[in-house]
Design a protein around this ligand. Structure first.
Ligand SMILES: Nc1ncnc2c1ncn2[C@@H]1O[C@H](COP(=O)(O)OP(=O)(O)O)[C@@H](O)[C@H]1O
Ligand SMILES: CC(C)(COP(=O)(O)O)[C@@H](O)C(=O)NCCC(=O)O
Ligand SMILES: [K+]
Length: 240
């Protein structure tokens, strides 16, 4: 099988064998041209001859149509995931026409009907979702640390583009530190507040910035990089 995750920043893919083991996987920035990036990967995909392609995309109809066009040339059946708020593994109270399919799949990949869970996706946007015994209660969406920094750079005169690091939530004494620490604190503080409000929820984090953010969270965090893949596998198992 070939599994694709088209996020706002990166395209991730996994090739898995008959028993679901990962044969190879990678993540690449697509620069809003995922179809062109896929075109460059088709040789690699053809060599593995997957019998099915399952796709998660949050890129919208126009880019999805281009992706479909590229994938059609492979002559391998493919299918995009559609959010199902009444899925047998997890019910959701969220507006299912709006819920991002990566968010939903990450939850589907994590959900455990015996637990209360808080699933945090740290991608282009940071998403925080609450699940109570396999019922999605809703959540929050924040701009990532990088999007927040860009908005300060573009919306102010005296804060100019700099390449600081997001490594502390202590107060800053320079503009660069104050910007990076303030932004990191906005996300970490929100996570700490939400986990304070929901003390019995297991905190699970995934996505490109999960490692940077999780270090400052004052609760034990389970880092999982397999959630979306797990969600895709669970989804296509149930839809056939
Ligand atoms: N090699 C990389 N290229 C781009 N972003 C990376 C890379 N490694 C880690 N990241 C981080 O991952 C984040 C994107 O995370 P990801 O989960 O791939 O997002 P999305 O699903 O929105 O595409 C970026 O904000 C960036 O900080
Ligand atoms: C919230 C998201 C932008 C996160 O995307 P990502 O950071 O993974 O690229 C995406 O799931 C999305 O576009 N969702 C639609 C809005 C919603 O979930 O309500
Ligand atoms: K958008």
């Amino acid at each position: 099988m070939l599994w694709l995750d088209l996020g706002n920043t990166r395209l991730k893919y996994w090739l898995t064998d008959d028993i679901g083991q990962i044969v190879t996987h990678d993540a690449k920035q697509h620069l809003q041209a995922p179809a062109e990036l896929l075109m460059g990967l088709t040789d690699r995909f053809e060599r593995f001859a997957p019998d099915f392609i399952g796709i998660s995309s949050v890129l919208g109809n126009e880019l999805n149509a281009k992706v479909s066009e590229t994938l059609s040339r492979l002559n391998i059946p493919f299918e995009f995931v559609h959010v199902d708020a009444a899925h047998p593994l997890m019910k959701s109270q969220y507006n299912d026409e709006q819920l991002g399919c990566d968010r939903w799949l990450q939850m589907l990949g994590a959900v455990d009907k015996k637990k209360r869970q808080c699933v945090i996706g740290c991608g282009t946007a940071v998403t925080i979702d609450l699940i109570d015994h396999a019922e999605h209660l809703g959540g929050y969406i924040f701009p990532s640390i990088y999007l927040q920094r860009e908005s300060l750079f573009s919306g102010t005169k005296q804060i100019t583009i700099s390449n600081g690091t997001f490594d502390s939530v202590g107060q800053g004494m320079t503009t660069q530190d104050a910007v990076h620490r303030g932004i990191l604190l906005s996300i970490v503080g929100a996570i700490n507040e939400i986990s304070h409000r929901h003390p019995n929820f297991e905190v699970i984090m995934t996505g490109g910035d999960a490692a940077i953010i999780s270090q400052h969270v004052n609760r034990p965090v389970r880092l999982r990089d397999d959630l979306l893949l797990n969600g895709l596998a669970r989804y296509f198992d149930h839809s056939k």
